[in-house]
Design a binder for this molecule. Sequence first.
Ligand SMILES: Cc1ncc(COP(=O)(O)O)c(C=O)c1O
Length: 415
Amino acid sequence: MTLAADGGTPVRTRPLPSGKGAEVLGPQERTAVLRVLDRGALFRYYGPVPPEEVAAFEDEVAAFSGEGCRAVAVSSGTAALRTALAALGVGAGDEVVVPACTFVASVNAVVLAGAMPVFAEVDDTLCLSAESVRSVLTSRTAAVMPVHLDNGQADLDALLAVTGPAGVAVVEDTAQSMGATLHGRRLGTIGDVGAFSLQLDKNITAGEGGIVVTRDERLALRAAAFQDQGGHFLTQHGAGRDHAPDPFVGDNLRLTEIAGAIARVQLARLDGLLDAMRTAKAAILTAAGPLPGVTMRRYPDPVGEGGSGIGMLLATPELAARFAAALCAEGVPAGAPYGGQPVYATPAVMQQRTAAMKGHPWHVPGVMAYAMGMCPQTEDLLARCVRVGVSPAYTPADVDDVATALAKVADAVLR
Ligand SMILES: Cc1ncc(COP(=O)(O)O)c(C=O)c1O
């Protein structure tokens, strides 16, 4: 069959659904929003009637996360990372190890904490390589931030074997993987602190929003204080704000009651959304049949990964580019994560530019810490990677189309 890229008929012309929780926003979310408006309780700490949504959402996330977990809701995933780092006391003079393959928010949170991001390689999991982390640890390393990319797990068993003896904290960036598990434990609950996002593209959404999860009571209190001006407020009535025993300078990263109400409905849907993605992904791969020449991204626990992406590694960057372009022409969006570029290629990161520029330990005039080629394994993997997304909203016909396109393109491009 002639590829659409070569003038043939595309497998599909209608766009595929691409969202996750956002695809199933419906009457329950609407009812939840109206409930908040009708009560007139928009603010999470006080108002005409006691607020209840964000506090209930935190309790529900804690229960969802597992025995002994505490949750603090915040205004975004980036806010969750910043809050997690603040809770740990990470700041000036500290280094935080970040994978070379991630969204720029992971790096931004470290820089905004006043610390120095240090990049380590990812491996065939597309997540942080424990061996690479070991090679970049210094006496200044305060934390390591594995990023569970696209609902797949970083190999935390290997990573904790490196960070544990070194006494280095682990902040799991779980923005893209809420609900996915590693050997039965929810991602984001295995290291010291987990950070989650409720942004539009994530497993569940409230438009914007984030959550910090930890089993450590002290970290939970510090997180709660940091996202509410550092625990300084004395203005509460109704349901009160917690006062930190030792207030510090914090930020306003509070989640609104409307977002909290939507997030509660979405959280109740989360396991179902993950099941739907896992089922659709398995069906696609079965129907597509063997894809010779394609190595699948490795999952440390294939059962627990969330199923939102089919990550494929091709032999060369040229082949990967042809494979992705041919899939796109068939009507199945495909491409390398982050355009095939490591996060340090982002101009602001590569040039170490902050808003103020002066005085940040990251910005030492004339000293550039980063250069292309510094994580060659990651650069190679990203250049050879093609990802096809999977939505929980896929119908059997959508599954069929993606599988047909994969088989057709593999046959033509990889034969
Ligand atoms: C890996 C990763 N970390 C952090 C974030 C930041 O989340 P948010 O957009 O909610 O600030 C995102 C997503 O946007 C992400 O993909």
